[in-house]
Design a protein around this ligand. Structure first.
Ligand SMILES: Cc1cc2nc3c(=O)[nH]c(=O)nc-3n(C[C@H](O)[C@H](O)[C@H](O)COP(=O)(O)OP(=O)(O)OC[C@H]3O[C@@H](n4cnc5c(N)ncnc54)[C@H](O)[C@@H]3O)c2cc1C
Length: 427
């Protein structure tokens, strides 16, 4: 049994710093945003650039939630392949969402450049790796669907996959050149910094505890202060806390953990992901790999490495690394951390309308960097301009899922069981 430190690499390596003010008075604004992740910060930036007065309230610090814990793959689209999105949402609505999210990475990387965000932005594409022959069939289907909608994806054979990944473990890959990687916490802090520079007032350690209607607007309680907003955006996703049930998002919580090595020595760095693509695989209990700017290999997998099965997930990570990159030998992990994903039943994010002047956005189902940026900015526009046409998907009146605890336990048990099995028994 192996042990590893509990620490989030993104906090140790972040180049962007951000410090929000302490809320010390009653305030009013045209737009109040609850939650300082990608969604809330992108919305604050958009609103401030439009000249609106905007207040953002974050219960902890900027990037406390999924935005400061994720893998950093800036992907185009959702997990779901295009045909599934169309089947669920219909041709027009599904096509609109696919189109908007297809441009998501371009918007993220352009925004990073415009605002000068120091977040290790690397636009080298992503590789969706076939973990088994069945994975190749999945990728071929995604390739055909991508081609039909004009996505510039490329199907790679096993040899080219070996060359790019530096591992002989995979049977092929789907390369998406639109995508790339970022240091996610730095990206989130950079959004907050840019929003504050544009005039947004951002408060940390400011947990909203009450929300009520106030005429056509909203009134919130936070740290004993009263805030009034003409418009309200709730962007708290999987890390919601302290809000009354009516304002809490509904989803199944799925844990995902990551393990980062020390920077690889030069001789090895050239062999492991030499082109710097971000990777994840086709397995049902999926894994991810990427390299950061310092040359650390970051391995991710489903499961809670801070929960009761911590040792089991840690042992899996070590075995998995040895199997995929045997030349790394027994290199240890310097960082290990966990995050929680808000998974919806259909794996499509939700925008819930709370009357005519408020929206709640959640349920990115593990794809929130580009979607959070796109949805956040669109929500600010929709709320401030009074036009829902700006939103990538139509808002709904309410959203609720049942048996979420049972389903969450089921995902964790599945991940723990898969990780307990030795390689070769299960992909
Ligand atoms: C481990 C992991 C890996 C992932 N990998 C990827 C990836 O590679 N690519 C990708 O695109 N997506 C990925 N995702 C998904 C992505 O990180 C999320 O979808 C995204 O961060 C959601 O952003 P958000 O702003 O909506 O929510 P969050 O970033 O979770 O922010 C919500 C914020 O609201 C605050 N909050 C909660 N309650 C209150 C309150 N009452 N008052 C004030 N503030 C409150 C929280 O403190 C939190 O900071 C991953 C997620 C996880 C967890």
């Amino acid at each position: 049994m192996t042990d590893f430190p509990r620490s989030n690499l993104w906090h140790a390596s972040a180049q962007e710093q951000f410090s929000g003010a302490a809320l010390a008075e009653d305030l009013s604004a045209e737009l109040i945003i609850v939650g300082g992740g990608f969604t809330g910060c992108a919305a604050a930036l958009e609103a401030a650039r439009r000249g609106a007065s905007v207040v953002l309230l974050e219960a902890h610090v900027i990037g406390h939630g999924g935005s400061g814990r994720n893998v950093g793959l800036v992907n185009a689209g959702l997990w779901l392949p295009p045909d599934d999105i169309i089947a669920q949402m219909g041709e027009a609505a599904g096509g609109r969402l696919i189109e908007e999210l297809g441009q998501g990475p371009e918007r993220v990387f352009a925004l990073i450049e415009r605002e000068g965000i120091a977040c290790e932005a690397t636009r080298a594409g992503t590789l969706h790796l076939a973990h088994a022959p069945s994975g190749v069939a999945d990728l071929e289907s995604r390739f055909r669907q991508g081609n039909r909608i004009g996505a510039p994806v490329q199907l790679l054979d096993a040899e080219e996959t070996r060359r790019r990944s530096g591992s002989g473990e995979f049977h092929g890959a789907l390369l998406d050149p639109r995508a790339g990687t970022v240091q996610p916490l730095s990206y989130c802090r950079g959004l907050a910094r840019a929003a504050a520079a544009a005039g947004a007032r951002i408060f940390e350690h400011a947990q909203v505890s009450e929300i009520s209607r106030d005429g056509s607007g909203w009134q919130l309680r936070c740290n004993g202060h009263r805030l009034r907003g003409a418009r309200l955006l709730i962007a708290i996703n999987a890390y919601h806390e302290g809000l009354p049930a009516a304002y809490r998002p509904s989803f199944v919580t799925v844990s995902y953990s990551q393990f980062a090595t020390a920077p690889l020595p030069d001789g090895l760095r050239e062999k492991v992901l030499p082109g710097g693509e971000g990777c994840w695989d086709t397995a049902l209990v999926m894994s991810s790999f990427r390299i950061d700017r310092a040359g650390r290999l970051i391995l991710g997998g489903m499961g809670d490495a801070e929960g009761p099965a911590r040792a089991l997930h840690g042992d899996w990570a070590r075995r998995k690394l040895r199997r995929v990159y045997p030349e790394l030998g027994d290199i240890g992990f310097e960082h290990a951390w966990r995050g929680q994903i808000a998974m919806t039943r259909d794996h499509v994010p939700k925008i819930v309308r709370l009357g005519s002047s408020a929206l709640s956005i959640f349920g990115y189902s593990g794809r929130g960097i580009a979607p959070g940026t796109v949805f956040g900015a669109a929500a600010a526009e929709a709320l401030l301009e009074g036009t829902e046409a700006a939103l990538p998907i139509a808002p709904i009146e309410a959203y609720s899922e049942r048996f979420t605890r049972v389903m969450g336990g089921y995902y964790e048990a599945g991940a723990a069981l898969t990780h307990a099995l030795k390689p070769g028994l299960l992909g």
